[in-house]
Write a protein that binds this ligand. Structure first.
Ligand SMILES: *Cc1c(COP(=O)(O)O)cnc(C)c1O
Length: 389
């Protein structure tokens, strides 16, 4: 299974800081950090374009590693600078018209929802919210019922930024397929902590980031677009990489998901993210998923026993994100106190999850997000610090 000692040796900083902020930005394993530095060093010593030539094999491996991770083909993967822009490149390219309907859920990521609001104003489509079931996750039966002839898109988030919930993405995929509705999945918090298989889920588009559970560098992300629906999206921006200027008044899109990329990009970041995916696959996504789920549950159970602490995670299946509040102390102050003690967590605010947190009367939550390199001893140390705060 997982060789935790080796893994912690690969991440020297996990000995100096207790990192429960993997949903914010994880710690890079040493091979990832070294890969980024190698490219930067080459850029410094031989030149940027020349360094890119030297990294050619690693740059192509970006596509094959992601294809292996997500169970798709190389041509269905694009490098994009973050998950938000990756999602936007697909969403803003959809042909939605007045009277069309788009279904999403209260767990949707704020930036995606803002884009839905902007485009619904411009294009005149309606946004429908699928209700939650008794667990607080997407009610798949209700989704099946509410799809009508004008429903053009289901856009949902697999794991929300503000809680341990894992939405039933594959069940949603079966409904989308049954009704022939386009399906976009924001997998920003799931890829890297959960085994995500696009064929099994049945999504048309999937987006994610590098820095979170994949443990890649900041400023990196990716987009998956299913080959069969590629031509139903008109990339909102093109350039001389994503398109070829074939005649003075004509152009053609690049083959496959390359049409969603842009010419200039963070080469060291691409190589770093490729290395992070390779590293995760080396450990095995099923091993990672099992361990993260166990440690996450350990955090939840331990916190629930502390006086004044309330855990707020929804969902039937839960993951490595744990959200809670403590009576008598503001979430931001609790996070500051923990940081002073060498413990990293973050805070989820209502403005970044209005449809979810406002009805529950939660203005902010402390978010502790664990990864496979964390240990039961760290969970104990964390609980003592929360209790003392
Ligand atoms: C962090 C996050 C994003 C945005 O990722 P960026 O790489 O910062 O653009 C999108 N969706 C979810 C669910 C997230 O948690």
């Amino acid at each position: 299974m997982i060789d935790i000692e080796k893994i912690r040796r690969d991440t020297p900083s996990c000995e100096s800081v207790l990192h429960f902020n993997n949903a914010g930005s994880s710690l890079m394993p040493k091979p990832v950090f070294d890969a980024v530095l190698q490219v930067l060093n080459n850029e410094n010593s031989v030149g940027g374009y020349e360094a890119e030539r030297l990294a050619q094999d690693d740059i192509s491996a970006f596509y094959t590693e992601f294809a292996g991770l997500l169970n798709c083909t190389d041509g269905e993967i694009a490098y994009v600078e973050n998950a938000t822009r990756a999602w936007d490149m697909a969403f803003y390219g959809l042909h939605l018209a007045p009277g069309d309907r788009v279904i999403t859920h209260a767990s949707e990521y704020a930036s995606n929802y803002l884009a839905l609001l902007q485009q619904s104003r411009r294009l005149g489509f309606e946004i429908d919210l699928v209700p939650s079931d008794a667990f607080g996750q997407i009610d798949v039966g209700a989704l099946d019922q509410m799809i009508g002839p004008r429903t053009k898109l289901i856009a949902i988030t697999h794991v929300p930024t503000q809680g341990g919930l894992v939405n039933p993405a594959a069940a949603v995929g079966r409904i989308a397929k049954k009704h022939g509705v386009f399906y976009m999945l924001d997998a920003c918090q799931s890829v890297g902590q959960i085994n995500v298989d696009v064929a099994q889920i049945g999504c048309d588009v999937l987006s994610g980031t590098g820095r979170k559970f994949l443990r890649g560098p900041r400023g990196t992300g990716f987009l998956y677009v299913r080959r069969g629906i590629m031509d139903r999206i008109d990339p909102p921006f093109i350039d001389l990489l994503s398109a070829t200027w074939t005649q003075a008044d004509r152009y053609e899109f690049a083959d496959g998901a390359k049409r969603f990329e842009n010419w200039e990009s963070f080469v060291a970041g691409r190589v770093g993210l490729m290395t992070a995916v390779r590293y995760a696959r080396g450990i095995g996504m099923r091993n990672i998923e099992a361990r993260v789920e166990t440690i996450g549950q350990d955090v939840r159970n331990t916190l629930a026993q502390l006086r004044g602490v309330e855990v707020h995670d929804l969902g039937e299946k839960k993951c490595g994100i744990v959200t809670f509040t403590k009576a008598g102390i503001a979430s931001a102050d609790l996070a500051d106190t923990l940081r002073d003690g060498g413990i990293n967590v973050s805070v989820s605010k209502m403005q970044s999850a209005r449809l979810d947190l406002e009805p529950r009367g939660l203005s902010s939550l402390v978010r502790a997000s664990v990864h496979y390199f964390n240990t039961a001893a760290e969970v104990q140390r964390f609980a003592l610090a929360v209790d003392a705060a």
